[in-house]
Design a protein around this ligand. Structure first.
Ligand code: 13P
Ligand code: SF4
Length: 331
């Protein structure tokens, strides 16, 4: 156990050698039953991980699953803030994350001690935070939201209620525009959604004039301004199912294309080009999870994501408020 803990603090994951003859998919499925574990995966995970998950979804769907699961162990194939959210919603469960270094640049762009000072400048404001933030930041908030329900959460508050929205300035700006509310925004952003190239997207659209251009609201305003549809990952996926177009240019992390392609085998999905030499839009944090790390994590039940009870108590109410409003609105 001690060796594993040393390994964990150095690497962030259990790096024990794995018998190369093992069928990891079979083994992971066996461990799920043996440990009464549920495997939750975000749409940005590698396809092989999505395909063995018990539930694949966006941040809202994953939180809803974590809140209602009867499993003893929640294995989170996603990033750290997602595993923390699961722990806050189900404190009695063991929550595992295959790689502790699976962080989030958006979450990192909002250090809680600075946000606390920012908040002090705006008394009488309600604080709505996007779920992509630390547990500590959630504890400083009144309501949490995801990209699936941000508009509805803001709309659910009285029109004269002043609001701080953080940490994503792009989502915040989009919500401001759609709701007509004057939100005070924290200046944070996601490294994956900030790199799309307007010029390269325009060229691609010229090559595919019938394609629909769809974007996640974490993208910059200039990208959102030209999108045919804007939505969370599940919103984007549903749009591709319901829209008759046969080609879609997709401005979000490339992992979602796996589900789009599965749901629409006859359609074509093109990742929107970023403004660098890379042809893909991978989140380096989401992609830290691998089948091997997942297997070791379930076998050794490490790394575990745990939080102090007082932090759980303070961060729980804002997330529960989000789930209550979402349930009331059928989201
Ligand atoms: P959603 O899951 O709400 O679409 O958000 C995407 C994201 O950036 C998760 O990190
Ligand atoms: Fe964070 Fe962006 Fe990666 Fe999502 S895609 S986990 S917001 S860095």
């Amino acid at each position: 156990m001690e060796t594993y803990l040393t390994e964990l603090s150095a690497k962030g994951f259990i790096d024990e050698p794995i018998d190369p003859t093992l069928d990891l998919v079979e083994e992971i499925n066996r461990l799920k039953i043996e440990k009464n574990a549920v495997l939750l995966a975000h749409y940005y995970q590698e396809p092989e991980i999505q395909d063995i998950a018990d539930y694949v979804g966006d941040s809202l769907g994953l939180s809803q699953q974590a809140a209602k699961t009867e499993a003893d162990v929640i294995v989170f194939a996603g990033v750290h803030f997602m595993a923390e959210t699961a722990k806050i919603l189900s404190p009695s469960k063991k929550v595992l994350l295959p790689d502790l270094k699976a962080g989030c640049s958006l979450s990192d762009s909002c250090p809680p001690h600075l946000f606390a000072k920012f908040k002090e400048q705006y008394p009488n404001h309600i604080v709505i935070t996007y779920v992509n933030c630390t547990a500590e930041l959630k504890a400083l908030s009144d309501i949490v939201c995801t990209s699936s329900n941000a508009l509805q959460i803001v709309d659910s508050l009285p029109v004269d209620q002043q609001i701080i929205f953080g940490p994503d300035k792009n989502l915040g700006d989009y919500v401001r525009k759609k709701t007509g509310r004057d939100l005070v925004l924290w200046n944070g952003a996601c490294m994956v959604h900030e790199i799309f190239s307007q010029e390269r997207i325009a060229r691609l659209r010229a090559e595919h004039p019938d394609a629909k251009f769809i974007a996640h609201p974490e993208c910059e305003k200039e990208i959102l301004d030209v999108a045919d549809y804007i939505g969370s990952t599940s919103g984007l996926l549903n749009y591709t199912k319901g829209n008759p177009a046969d080609t879609f240019i997709v401005a979000t992390e490339s992992g979602i294309i796996h589900q789009m392609q599965k749901a629409n085998p006859q359609k074509t999905f093109i990742p929107a080009p970023p403004n660098n030499a890379c042809a893909c839009n991978d989140c380096p944090y989401m992609k830290l999870n691998t089948l091997e790390k997942l297997y070791n994590c379930m076998k050794y039940e490490l790394p575990e994501v745990d939080l102090p009870m007082d932090m759980i108590a303070r961060a729980q109410r804002p997330i529960e408020r989000m789930l209550e409003i979402s349930a009331r609105l059928g989201l």
